[in-house]
Design a protein around this ligand. Structure first.
Ligand code: ZN
Length: 491
């Protein structure tokens, strides 16, 4: 049997002012054909799991297309039509297919379609017809919709946050599709969307309350005939009608059993809802405590500048506060191509004074003036074979500068937007974060695999920004009402 592999992945922060146009996708790299295997076969991504399915006897997988870009604002109409247009063209030109494996995120929003993933799956379904099984693997942050699920044959979400299981989940999805094609199983799906939002501060699946939720998912999975069970934490920075948590069960043939499992999961989560509300220290509180901690490093998660959630990566809120409080032995990255260019022009070994960060918008602090010494300039490319969020292995931060400032701060300035999900980002620059008292990671959960092994403490900080944990700062126009905890709701 022949299965097509394709998709596009975007987590759309509708509060971000940076549109995801076609050039943004091109910059990250649109992969076609064999490029997909070259970049992903050795990784732990969704595509790697789909490719691995091709090692099963009698199964041929054909990677066609994959477009991805960093989380940012709404996907332009042009980008959506070009990307989905090419997907459909490649499917049609290379078919017929026994099955289709889609790698999507589940929180994509385009100018035209608040449920851009659902629209893409629906168009694929319309092209291949009702009989060809479609497998859909999604990120745990999907705002899951009936349109996505209804147009897929089997939907599987990651079950870990940070996302360390993309590859096995994609393989799980592909295996259901392979068995469905062989007539061994008949997947039926049930979706439950309780009126519930979980704060980003509470989303780590290694800790309560999510640990208990995931135990429930495991219990649902263990039920007879269950093919898959998933929980979506949802993505609260996409202002769309389906924003929120969701629960999904895929059963072999028994729709009532699928429905019962999904609604049991939703009810159990609903009973825990008070635990899903977050709280975190202010920048000043967190920095004072970190500087005074007996053991370092204290890793401060810059929640408001969560690059994995669509922020610009140039927030200076913590840097400015560290400067004000005189906190030394401090390490952080800033996405600042302008400052990189100034340091490159000055050269390695130069001393200079410049303004760094806070340049994208007015939500992430102002530029901070620093005096420093350019210790190193690198091409910003590195590889990490350790487990990383989303299973990435090869990284590229663009031209990268290590600036040692007179405040005792080590600043890593990058020309490209890159998160802090790999500790190799620092090791490759000769920086040992272990020796610092305070390390800032721009993210909430995704930097954990990189920094938990060396952190004396991890502290989530309530910084302002486009990914702030304080959702009351956003004006929602499209989300459901009532939705807990914004409003009291009933399930
Ligand atoms: Zn995610």
């Amino acid at each position: 049997m022949r299965l097509a592999i394709l998709g596009f992945s975007h987590e759309t922060n509708t509060f971000s002012r940076v549109p995801a146009d076609y050039a943004q996708f091109q910059k990250t790299g649109i992969l076609r054909g064999d490029e997909i295997a070259r970049q992903h076969r050795q990784s732990q991504s969704t595509l790697a799991g789909y490719l691995e399915a091709g090692e099963r006897p009698g199964v041929e997988v054909v990677p066609l297309y994959f477009a991805h870009t960093n989380p940012m604002g709404v996907i332009t109409r042009d980008a959506f039509e070009r990307i989905v247009g090419e997907m459909l063209h490649l499917l049609e030109a290379n078919g017929p297919w026994d099955g289709v494996l889609l790698a999507q995120h589940g929180a994509a929003v385009s100018e035209e379609f608040p449920d851009a993933d659902g629209e893409a799956v629906a168009r694929v379904r319309a092209l291949v017809g009702p009989k060809v099984p479609i497998g859909l693997t999604l990120d745990l942050h999907a705002n899951l919709t009936a349109k996505m699920v209804g147009n897929a044959t089997a939907t599987v979400l990651y079950r870990t946050n940070p996302h360390l299981d993309a590859r096995p989940r994609a393989l799980e999805c592909a295996d259901i599709i392979v068995r469905a094609i062989r007539g061994e199983v008949r997947p039926v799906q049930a979706l439950e969307t309780p009126p519930l939002v979980i704060n980003i501060l509470k989303q780590f699946t290694g800790e309560e309350p999510m640990l208990g939720v995931m135990r429930d998912v495991d219990a649902a999975l263990a039920r007879p005939g269950m093919l898959s069970a998933s929980m979506a934490e949802g993505y609260p920075y996409a202002d769309v009608p389906e924003m929120g948590m969701a629960f999904l069960a895929v059963h072999d043939g028994d729709e009532a059993a699928a429905r019962e499992a999904a609604s049991w999961l939703a009810r159990r989560a609903w009973e825990r809802r008070a635990q899903f509300v977050g709280d975190a220290p202010s920048p000043a509180e967190a920095l004072r405590a970190a500087a005074a901690a007996p053991n370092g490093p204290v890793v401060l998660m810059d929640v408001g500048d969560n690059i994995g959630g669509g922020s610009p990566g140039d927030s200076t809120i913590l840097l400015a506060e560290a400067k004000r409080l005189g906190v030394r032995s401090y390490l952080q990255t800033l996405h600042d191509p302008e400052a990189v260019a100034a340091c490159v022009a000055a050269g390695v070994g130069a001393d200079l004074t410049l303004r760094v960060g806070g340049k994208t918008d007015d939500m992430h602090g102002s530029p901070v003036e620093v005096a420093g010494h350019v210790r190193l300039i690198s091409d910003g490319k590195f590889e990490d074979t350790r487990p990383t969020h989303g299973g990435a292995r090869y990284f590229d931060g663009g031209t990268t500068v290590v600036l040692e400032t007179t405040d005792g701060h080590t600043l890593v300035l990058t020309a490209r937007l890159i998160g802090n999900t790999s500790i190799e980002q620092m090791y490759s620059l000769g920086i040992r974060p272990e020796t610092k008292q305070v390390v800032v990671a721009k993210g909430v959960i995704s930097p954990r695999p990189a920094y938990a092994p060396i952190a004396a403490q991890i502290v989530l900080v309530n910084t302002p920004g486009v990914t702030t944990a304080d959702l009351s700062t956003f004006t929602y126009r499209q989300r459901r009402r009532p939705l807990y905890p914004f409003e009291e709701a009933v399930m």
